[in-house]
Design a binder for this molecule. Sequence first.
Ligand code: RET
Length: 229
Amino acid sequence: MADVETETGMIAQWIVFAIMAAAAIAFGVAVHFRPSELKSAYYINIAICTIAATAYYAMAVNYQDLTMNGERQVVYARYIDWVLTTPLLLLDLIVMTKMGGVMISWVIGADIFMIVFGILGAFEDEHKFKWVYFIAGCVMQAVLTYGMYNATWKDDLKKSPEYHSSYVSLLVFLSILWVFYPVVWAFGSGSGVLSVDNEAILMGILDVLAKPLFGMGCLIAHETIFKKM
Ligand code: RET
């Protein structure tokens, strides 16, 4: 039987839409009251939550868009969201470092390829090829994670001791949370153990933790350090 999204998935997507939109509005209002040194960190997170709200709106409104890979619906809007927002999430941390242009390009490049491998895998119907894309995506994730941690042990990449400890704690949170994405994908789009609905619900939960919550963590770090300066 075909596995397609139902109203359960749609309701989850509306809830996530509401959270993303509320976060985008809250950050958007708050930025007007912040000093100019802090504004850019807010702008990054406003962009992240606005893109996510748009993607979740599209997914909820078009939940019956039957773009299929064989018997399974492919919710491809998710990847359009991620390819735009994951580089911005990394930028949230990169601005706390003195990372150079080449390193930034490596990390963001690996990140984009990770998501591209995800969408190629989601549309691939031949199992052996699908898992090749998945593994390639995991290698990209390892590369970007290594690049981000690399900034913590190279002294010249540290902006200041204060930023260094915030960077480390936020990066540990990010890198652990991001491992759940390929796990959910492997059980969902990969092997079909999770239904399209359940995959949508789990990805929604991860996205709320990875965007508004993580974004708030970054803003709190900037605010705290700014007050001490
Ligand atoms: C895919 C499948 C291919 C292998 C890997 C993946 C990783 C995806 C990740 C997504 C992160 C998304 C975020 C969204 C924003 O909230 C594409 C699922 C490794 C890590 C943080």
